[in-house]
Design a protein around this ligand. Sequence first.
Ligand code: PXL
Length: 263
Amino acid sequence: MKSLPCVLTIAGSDSGAGAGIQADARTIHALGGYACTAIAAVTAQNTRGVPAWRPVAPALIAAQVSAVLEDLPVAAIKTGLLPGPAAIRAVAAVLRKHPRIPLVIDPVIGSTSGARFLSAAGVRVLAAELLPRATLVTPNWPEAGVLADRRITSMADVEPVGRELVARLGCAVLLKGGHAPGRMCRDCLVTIDGKVHWFESPRLATRNTHGTGCVLSAAIAAGLARGLKLAPAVKQAHAFLQRALRAGRAQDWGAGRGPAFAG
Ligand code: PXL
């Protein structure tokens, strides 16, 4: 029997299931994988926003990650919402014992609806302790601006900032163009050896973009778990996200920003 690729997601729970752990698990299953989950925070959430959230204690996050990695055949890991410096340090300490598993980091800082999940100190610890261990980090324009201490204001900034982040962080960078203006959505991958790949698709007119970063990074991790190289894994994930956005536009749930439907 062909083995089922096992992917661990370390992220926040979204009660409305548009983003976070729920979006990750849907994506991983839709791509033929098996999702293990370590819940790093609990959010009360719907399409309109995040009325409340709480971090999970760092030791309990680390215990979930250890329990999974010590026993299950995890072939790739992704992280999403990590709720602070102590949580990031606790996760980094466990992952140091498993240095060969590919790791995709979605550097979640806040929600589009305005909730702030990770402080400036948290971003510094992420850059110092987790990103050098990562295979790939997947910032959008605002997140890349925070990581690079430099605002991205046009497409011309993307490649230089991507290169600067690769040099600074020590991992490949996928700079996502979903927040950018323009008719095309353009994501830029800069690999650790300095190669640049662009992934482009026509921008879909939809308000239902909640969870797109989660779906994309989970889909990349699922591809890496299946043994794809980085650029092909990003290519299939970009295509998968287009399908999810179309499905989310068709469902059109909630009064706010509805989910992109993975699957
Ligand atoms: O999309 C970022 C994100 C990740 N994880 C959780 C979230 C959000 C945004 O709202 O709620 C749990």
